[in-house]
Design a binder for this molecule. Structure first.
Ligand SMILES: NC(=O)C1=CN([C@@H]2O[C@H](COP(=O)(O)OP(=O)(O)OC[C@H]3O[C@@H](n4cnc5c(N)ncnc54)[C@H](O)[C@@H]3O)[C@@H](O)[C@H]2O)C=CC1
Ligand SMILES: O=C(O)[C@@H]1CCC=N1
Length: 272
């Protein structure tokens, strides 16, 4: 079953990330399919991963054991409705869309969908991804294992028992790489504004980000707060920088950003 035929409906950023993880881990490229309306993205999937491609969603999905829905939430209903002719009872449907709750897929497909909702993130493409998974009732252990195996090729996985927890996964992992990108982007901009050239600013900021992330991972016995304290000499430079963040209420800002992220996922669930 781990050698299932998998089709990705929508060959965008997230599909590329997952396919990249699969292929890098030796999943046979001839068992991976991707569809997209525009030929350019399909050509790139062939060039980069040597997988099978098509612009016919229905024919491709019919061929496959696992259907991964990788389109934007706004398009999900129309894409699923066009697949209503499929009998999904012996397939597994995996959706990576943010915000759309599992029960909506039963409406879209006009049948009970064997569904696993996944919330991955883009670091999946380099094997450092984090994916939250939620299975609807009736999904068996073999199907769970299959979804888990697929997503493990891109990094770590975590099952949630309650569907609502997936929105927390979005705030903590699905969307959060963008928070870190924004932070590094801001550091590079400031470095340039303060007189360092962009290439050097980027190298300094990216290496600091990489080192800090790896130190958090390597030091499970230390809290991020302890690691921060180790950098911070009393009366030194770091203390000044950190005090500036605290005066700007960075903690409150991060919390509010995550609350707004979750609220948007809730709103999307009501819209689609
Ligand atoms: N980008 C991210 O970090 C994450 C995205 N997601 C979810 O993944 C899904 C896809 O997001 P992205 O990859 O960022 O979007 P994207 O826009 O890069 O990819 C979507 C792809 O679907 C294609 N498409 C449009 N209509 C189609 C149709 N009728 N049939 C087949 N393909 C069609 C588009 O041409 C595009 O290539 C979204 O639902 C999003 O919520 C989930 C976790 C993280
Ligand atoms: O921004 C979004 O809606 C998607 C879901 C998580 C990351 N990207």
């Amino acid at each position: 079953m781990t050698q299932a035929k998998i089709c990705f409906i929508g060959a965008g950023n997230m599909t590329r990330s997952i396919v990249s993880g699969l292929v890098t881990h030796g999943y046979p490229a001839d068992l991976i399919y991707a569809t997209n309306p525009s030929q350019g993205k399909l050509d790139a999937m062939v060039a980069d991963f040597n997988i099978q491609v098509s612009n016919d969603n229905l024919a491709t999905a019919k061929e496959c054991d696992v259907i991964v829905l990788g389109v934007k939430p706004q398009l999900m209903q129309q894409v699923c409705e066009a697949l209503q002719l499929l009998d999904l009872s012996d397939k597994l449907v995996i959706t990576i869309a943010a915000g759309i709750t599992a029960n909506r897929y039963d409406d879209y497909f006009k049948q009970q969908v064997p569904l696993i909702r996944c919330m991955p993130n883009t670091p999946t493409q380099i094997g450092h991804g984090m994916t939250g998974l939620f299975a609807v009732e009736g999904i068996n252990q073999q199907q769970k294992k299959l979804a888990e195996t697929l997503m493990l090729t891109g990094g770590k996985v975590m099952w949630v028992d309650k569907e609502a927890e997936l929105n927390l996964v979005i705030a903590l992992a699905g969307s959060s790489p963008a928070y870190f990108f924004l932070f590094v982007e801001s550091m590079i901009e400031a470095g340039v504004a303060l007189g360092m050239d962009e290439t050097k600013s980027r190298l300094l900021a990216e290496q600091a980000a990489l080192g800090a992330a790896q130190m958090i991972v390597n030091n499970q016995d230390l809290s991020p707060a302890a690691l921060r304290t180790n950098v911070t000499s009393k009366g030194g430079t770091t203390a000044e920088a950190l005090a500036t963040f605290e005066r700007g209420d960075i903690r409150g800002l991060v919390k509010q950003a995550m609350v707004n992220c979750i609220n948007r996922a809730d709103e999307m669930a009501k819209t689609f």
